[in-house]
Design a protein around this ligand. Structure first.
Ligand code: PMV
Length: 353
């Protein structure tokens, strides 16, 4: 698989083992949209790990005559999730032969609605990857150390790209840049760059416009970047944004950071609108809420910006210093027009339960 994980190629698991982890979702400021080969990002990305939006997953595994998965989501058996985990294990089992003779019983729940553009695959796959690696570490009698998290991020990436960033708290980067450093395409790292106090403990209020399932999955969306006429321009834009946002984060420049965050959100959806097989995940209400946030910012001069994931729900990003004012604004002006609001903020990353 990779030198990072080769150590476990000859592992044997003959006992029943279990692990339980919580892993948060994340919201990207510079988006990962388009990949090269198997889960290698076409451009670097940067995200904020959340605190209140997370998955809690328990995995139990024991010897069996084949690789099998039973998945319970929010207490009910979920065949679609079982298939996803099984496909992930299948890929891993090319090197990790021991997976071919294990049965997994997984149960998971989210603190937020799934498949709505809140990155539920990020938290879900991060939580499962942590459980899987924890079980492997138990079998190999290894302590959970720094390398554990690097390996967990590597594994999570194979399951769902953005999941690799959910392994760490705070601002997290993933993907190689033109600058040398500890950037990697195969796993995420906490942002090593200096961050101005203005950007410590950022807030993300998620305005749920619709909690219906997305019509086009992110996997399919990434695929549609392959023969997208704007693909190379988009990757160049994201690479430039990544470098520029680091400057803004260092100098405390909200104008720069906020402009990039909003531009990234609109570029992501522009790629969907202009893909060879175009589709629209935005709703009319999303656009109304964007206008609401922009007007409020223009009138009050407060640093409040929007972003979007691959869905219609608006993420409103602002610093800790204005949290009460923004909460009042959203309660009064946005609450009547949305299904719900999740007030979230920067989190510390996964937790062993
Ligand atoms: O992790 P995936 O493969 O589901 O891709 C999701 C990509 C976005 O969430 C739309 C953007 C990002 O960088 O998180």
């Amino acid at each position: 698989m990779a030198t990072l994980l080769d150590q476990f190629n000859d592992l044997k698991i003959s006992d029943e083992l279990a692990a339980k982890w919580e892993a948060p979702s994340n919201i990207a400021f510079v988006k990962y949209w388009g990949k090269i080969g198997h889960q290698i990002p076409a451009n670097p990305s940067l995200s904020l790990t959340l605190k209140n939006s997370y998955s809690q997953t328990t995995a139990l595994c024991y010897p069996s005559d084949r690789c099998e998965v039973i998945f319970k989501f929010e207490g009910k058996e979920n065949q679609a999730f079982a298939v996803k985990i099984q496909a992930f294990l299948q890929i891993l089992s090319k090197d990790w032969k021991f997976l071919q003779k294990l049965k997994f019983e997984v149960s998971s729940s989210n603190t937020f609605p799934h498949s709505t553009g809140i990155a539920s695959s990020a938290s879900g796959m991060a939580a499962f990857s942590l459980c899987l690696l924890d079980i492997i570490y138990q079998a190999a009698k290894l302590p959970v150390d720094q390398l554990f998290y690097i390996r967990a991020s590597f594994l999570a990436r194979l399951a769902s790209g953005s999941a690799c960033r959910s392994i760490y708290g705070g601002l997290v980067q993933w993907g190689q840049t033109s600058q040398s450093g500890s950037f990697s395409d195969t796993h995420a790292t906490p942002l090593v760059h200096a961050i101005h106090p203005e950007f410590k403990n950022l807030h993300d209020a998620i305005l749920i416009v619709s909690s219906e399932e997305k019509t086009v999955s992110s996997r399919e969306g990434h695929g549609r970047m392959e023969d997208h006429v704007f693909a190379q321009t988009r990757f160049t834009q994201a690479k430039n944004h990544f470098q520029e946002i680091l400057v803004g984060l260092k100098t405390g420049d909200w104008d720069k950071v906020g402009t990039i965050i909003e531009s990234e959100a609109l570029s992501l959806h522009a790629m969907m609108l202009t893909s060879p097989n175009p589709y629209i995940l935005l709703k009319p209400r999303t656009l109304e809420l964007i206008a609401l946030v922009k007007n409020f910012r223009e009138q009050t001069k407060l640093p409040v910006y929007f972003t979007l994931d691959a869905g219609p729900n608006l993420h409103v990003i602002y610093p800790d210093s204005v949290k009460d004012k923004i909460k009042t604004f959203l309660e009064n002006e946005a609450r009547p027009f949305v299904e719900s609001i999740i007030f979230d903020e920067e989190g510390d990353g996964p937790r062993l339960c």
